[in-house]
Design a protein around this ligand. Structure first.
Ligand code: CU
Length: 204
């Protein structure tokens, strides 16, 4: 005769067995990753944090942005941390632009999106999108504040061997540009985001 405790143990073992089978089934259905991770660098890539100022077209400081890059994982990329004030309320598109130059009042000095290929296909919703500058929209509250963190797997902080993605801190740096309107993620070439209203320079 099986004792009560033994029965509980048998029931537990059966449950664990079922869980293992479920896990195996889920693993079998998991598709191959669409993005092949870059080869691991020779030495672990040190965690990086870089801060930079963001200003508006009148030259007023709006606050600070920070860029983080962690160690390599399955989807390496950068986190952009924003703590800004003084933006028009509502949604705003933003992108990484090609050059650390916010000198022109309309911020056209920052150039097009970072490392733009020709032809460029802009927008997260587009098939075959290849715009490395794409970023999610951010929302400015009624008081003009933006507090947000967004992740981009499309760029790195510094140039890295065996990594073809553009680096924000390349020879001429890059710029974070915030636009007047939201980016609809499909209209060419910038999602209908309109004028450049804020700019921050990332350079060594
Ligand atoms: Cu832009």
């Amino acid at each position: 005769m099986i004792s009560r405790n033994a029965r509980i143990t048998l029931a537990g073992a059966a449950a664990i067995g079922a869980a293992v089978l479920t896990t195996v089934a889920v693993q079998a259905q998991t598709p191959a990753p669409r993005v092949t991770p870059p080869p691991a660098p020779a030495a672990p890539f040190a965690s990086t944090t870089v801060s930079f100022e963001v200003k508006n077209a009148a030259g007023a400081a709006l606050g600070t942005a920070r860029i983080f890059q962690g160690n390599d994982g399955q989807v390496p990329g950068v986190v952009l941390h924003l703590e800004l004030k003084g933006l028009p309320a509502g949604w705003h598109g933003m992108h990484f632009h090609n050059k650390a130059d916010c000198s022109a009042a309309d911020f056209t000095s920052a150039g097009p999106h970072i490392s733009m290929t020709t032809p460029v296909i802009h927008g997260f919703l587009m098939d075959n999108a290849n715009d490395f500058g794409d970023l999610p929209n951010v929302y400015a509250a009624a008081d003009g504040s933006v507090n947000a963190e967004v992740f981009s797997p499309l760029v790195t902080v510094y140039p890295r061997a065996s990594d073809s993605r553009p680096a924000l801190f390349d020879a001429d740096g890059s710029a974070l540009v915030i636009h007047a309107n939201l980016d609809d993620y499909h209209t060419q070439p910038i999602g209908g985001a309109g004028a450049r209203i804020a700019c921050g320079m990332m350079k060594r």
